[in-house]
Design a protein. Structure first.
Length: 150
């Protein structure tokens, strides 16, 4: 049967988030991409826009939360999953908690700015967390970006 990817797997959706991260890279933004999935359907796609918008809050996750809420017509993302290529920062984790998102899946950890460096966790207590999906691919894009900047 070959190597087919289940269209509703964490890997499949993380690859979609990676596509967004590549867009950010091409636009000279820190290459983080995010998508929001509801009922196995992508309802929001986003990547970092902090440089273009000159806005420190324009992280991929924040853009995705806003787009998903607009799509759903409400502020809560209770039956949704966020796929993001880099561990959310504390600001984004707090926003995700307020959104009551059901699930967060991230690729690479972020030891310097990721929310797990802070205690206690700002996430909603019912949010399921999955880490390390396509971790190497997600991390290498960020490393490549910063090496290019030096």
């Amino acid at each position: 049967m070959g190597d087919t990817i289940n269209p509703f797997s964490d890997e499949y959706f993380m690859r979609q988030a990676l596509e967004e991260a590549h867009k950010a890279f091409d636009e000279d933004e820190i290459p983080v991409g995010a998508i929001v999935v509801c009922n196995n359907r992508i309802i929001a796609r986003a990547h970092n826009l902090t440089e273009r918008l000159n806005d420190v809050t324009a992280h991929a996750e924040m853009q995705a939360i806003t787009a998903a809420a607009n799509y759903l017509g409400g502020k809560y993302l209770k039956d949704c999953s966020l796929y993001v290529t880099l561990e959310p920062c504390n600001m984004c984790a707090g926003a995700l908690a307020w959104s009551q998102i059901s699930r967060i899946v991230y690729g690479a950890g972020d030891k310097k700015r990721g929310y797990t460096a802070f205690s206690p966790s700002p996430l909603h207590p019912r949010t399921e967390l999955v880490k390390g999906v396509l971790e190497e691919e997600c991390a290498s894009l960020v490393k490549c970006f910063f090496q290019k900047k030096r």
